[in-house]
Design a binder for this molecule. Structure first.
Ligand SMILES: [Zn+2]
Length: 369
């Protein structure tokens, strides 16, 4: 049996909707699921108990029958499908309270995630050989490489040529902690605006918004400048501005065209980047599947309806999360930008209970809503 469907998949067009492309995902997923079934005892026992075996995956429709492993399990236990000594990187979420998320990567899986992220950004017209100055609202990866956001930012800066990279979250010896260097951000933005080289800003929208408001920034960074946001409005949900309004605000204050403002949604446990097209919609690449499930009985919801998000992916052979059931709400929809694939519409988290108890507790609370 051929066993490198995953490499074939990651070498293919991320937004190809053809039957052939979709079958390639199916084969790749089956290859990955069989690996975890063989190498990860818990996954094997869980699937056995639920009457599922990867050999049952014969058609695209069968993919929706893969049981999802609850995201909490990955927060509470260190789950891994390869020997510890094979791991080259552990990613953790930045963690705004509650339990931290972790993901374990061996060399093959790390190469895979880098490859698929590049392919997605290239397909969306976001990769370039041109040089950019970067302002990153993260920690310097030299000091915090295991943080998911720092890892993502370092990865993203490699998708273009780069001149200067400024990391805005720095260690302050006086406070003995990492803090946002606001003055540094303002100075850097002004310097970049005057440099004649286009700018790319990477970071949390809330931090950027606060700095612009507080310092009344009005700059023209130019038509080829970009804003790539991620991480949502974590911890600042009360100040959250709808995406459309935020895009206008950024154009007004920084002169970055709206079509160059792209949000990215990712979960440390899942690793697939869902990235905005020009119209500001998060497209689902063929490297993943997104199902929406009823919080009551986990039954499949039809396209367009709201429910809990269930993600499938096939690139990671070291971390047994090919089928991840989350406590995030969302829907699957469509976009008319021409890319063709379905989009992911996020509708918030399932209440404050998310980080507090076991999976069942969260589901109980959901049922009360
Ligand atoms: Zn689109």
């Amino acid at each position: 049996m051929k066993t490198n469907f995953t490499q074939d998949l990651l070498n293919s067009d991320p937004f190809d909707k053809s039957l052939e492309a979709r079958e390639l995902f199916l084969r790749s997923f089956k290859e990955n699921a069989l690996h975890h079934y063989q190498k990860h005892e818990f996954t094997r026992k869980l699937w056995n108990k639920l009457g599922f075996h990867p050999d049952q995956l014969l058609t695209e429709e069968d993919l929706s029958s893969v049981p999802g492993t609850m995201v909490h399990l990955f927060k509470e236990h260190e789950l891994c499908s390869v020997p510890r000594e094979d791991l080259v990187l552990t990613l953790t979420s930045s963690g705004t309270g509650g339990q931290k998320s972790r993901q374990f990567l061996d060399q093959k899986s790390l190469d895979n995630v880098k490859k698929l992220a590049l392919a997605i950004h290239q397909s969306l017209g976001m990769a370039s050989s041109k040089e950019y100055n970067y302002l990153c609202f993260t920690y310097d990866p030299a000091v915090a490489n295991d943080l998911g956001t720092a890892f993502t930012d370092e990865l993203l800066t490699n998708f273009t040529g780069k001149k200067e990279v400024y990391y805005a979250i720095q260690f302050d010896p006086k406070q003995n902690d990492f803090v946002l260097n606001e003055e540094g951000v303002v100075e850097t933005l002004k310097r970049f605006a005057a440099s004649g080289i286009p700018t790319r800003i990477l970071g949390f929208p809330a931090l950027l918004y606060e700095v612009i408001e507080k310092h009344q920034i009005e700059l023209k960074l130019g038509d080829d400048s970009w804003l790539q946001t991620g991480g949502g409005w974590k911890g600042k949900a009360d100040k959250e501005i709808p995406k459309k309004e935020f895009r206008k605000f950024i154009f007004k204050h920084l002169g970055i065209p709206e079509k160059n403002q792209r949000d990215l949604f990712g979960m440390v446990e899942h690793g697939i980047p869902y990235v905005d097209c020009e119209k500001g919609n998060l497209h689902i690449p063929n490297f993943a599947r997104v199902y929406v499930r009823s919080p009551f009985d986990l039954s499949l919801k039809p396209k367009g309806e709201r429910g809990l998000l269930h993600f499938l992916c096939s690139y990671n052979f070291s971390y047994p999360a090919p089928s991840l059931l989350t406590t995030d709400y969302g829907r699957v929809g469509e976009c008319d930008c021409g890319l063709g694939t379905d989009i992911l519409i996020l509708e918030g988290r399932a209440g404050v209970s998310k980080h507090k108890g076991c999976a069942l507790k969260a589901l109980e609370l959901l049922e009360k809503n």
